[in-house]
Ligand binder design. Structure first.
Ligand code: ACO
Length: 326
């Protein structure tokens, strides 16, 4: 097997900022509640003309440039998203066309907030096997399009954005050491968009009863998240043969600062060992981890030889962890 790693990162968030103060005007909430319960201060909203593939395009161009490649060097595009531009064609195909990545195969991957780590596992496996040389993995979301801005339980949490990485062969001793993926479909009802699929197609009634918006049983998801973030990271570390004290940077899914803090406790890590940017962007589902990773790179927080742990959870229910040497 060839060692596989991340050879370029990129991110894009829309310009429009939605602050907690603005949300106070929209629903019965307040800045203090949102900050203490979630850690979120503001999030980004896509412009009317922007859809997921548009956000993905900018992040991808940056990642491809950072890798020193052109779009024609990409063999496969995987877009992890729960907010595709449309049912089909896939957002990955729309992105392939926008990029001019003529040689690339393309598909979307549905694993909610864990989608990016699922995508890394899929893409790196294809490179390790010798099937492909360069795989573009994108996490991109316009969650604002499926968020009910009259529901204070959910609308304070979510934001729009995109992060991308290029995967390729790296030298021995670097790259991915392990992946830990999991799912528990019995928890599917805790976090979902019920309408719009083959079970409940779009009708006037499904729209009126708000079935095309995110439904979330916040407390149950919270308990699951606290348990799984620590265990997914520990399982990935064990598979990699790495101990907790060897971690240089944890890049967790950015859902709630309290969930991240409980993962840090379990891993005996101080907060400065975690990349945290949910205060600026909220929860961007599949985009959260790649945006946080790209920012960590921009800020010089990841250096060659560092041990980086990625960990996330989300709808499905799903979870994923990965350990890599940068
Ligand atoms: N402003 C003010 N009060 C609020 C708000 C709000 N925005 N939202 C809820 N409340 C109230 C509740 O009504 C409740 O009032 P009550 O006690 O009178 O009934 C009180 O605050 C406490 O509510 P809880 O739900 O117990 O608050 P909690 O501390 O659990 O925080 C939260 C809620 C932030 C949603 C938390 O449960 C959470 O983060 N859950 C996980 C969410 C998550 O990670 N989702 C992942 C999505 S990933 C994906 O796949 C898209």
């Amino acid at each position: 097997l060839h060692p596989v790693g991340i050879i370029g990162t990129g991110k894009y968030v829309p310009e429009r900022i939605l602050t907690n103060q603005e949300l106070e005007q929209m629903v019965d909430t307040n800045d203090e509640w949102i900050v203490t319960r979630t850690g979120i201060k503001e999030r980004r909203l896509a412009a009317d003309e922007e859809a997921t593939s548009d956000l993905a395009l900018i992040a991808s161009l940056k990642a491809i440039e950072a890798a020193g490649l052109t779009a024609e060097d990409i063999d496969l595009i995987i877009v992890a998203t729960i907010t595709p531009d449309m049912f089909f064609p896939s957002t990955a195909c729309l992105l392939q066309d926008k990029l001019g990545a003529k040689k690339a195969a393309a598909f979307d991957l549905s694993a909610a907030c864990s989608g990016f780590i699922y995508g890394l596992a899929t893409g790196s496996g294809m490179i390790a096997s010798g099937m492909y040389k360069h795989v573009l993995v994108v996490g991109a979301e316009t969650l604002s399009r499926i968020t009910d801005y009259t529901d204070r339980n959910t609308c304070i949490l979510f934001g729009d954005g995109a992060g991308a990485v290029v995967l390729g062969q790296v030298e021995e001793g670097r790259g991915f050491l392990s992946f830990e993926l999991g799912a528990d479909g019995s928890g599917g009802d805790l976090l979902k968009v019920h309408g719009g699929g083959s079970r409940v197609p779009a009708t006037e009634e499904s729209i009126q009863s708000k079935q095309h918006y995110i439904y979330m049983a916040g407390n149950d998801v919270f308990k699951f998240a606290v348990r799984i973030m620590g265990s997914a990271a520990e399982d990935a570390l064990q598979k990699a043969g790495i101990t907790k004290d060897e971690i240089d940077l944890l890049v967790p899914h950015q859902a709630n600062i309290r969930i991240i803090q409980s993962a840090l406790n379990r891993l005996n890590l101080s907060e400065d060992k975690a990349m945290i940017n949910l205060d600026k962007y909220g929860n961007m589902s599949a985009a959260s981890i790649p945006v946080a990773l790209a920012e960590a790179v921009e800020q010089g927080r990841v250096n060659e030889g560092d041990c980086v742990v990625l960990v996330g959870f989300g709808g499905g229910l799903t979870w994923g962890g990965s350990v890599l040497i940068w």
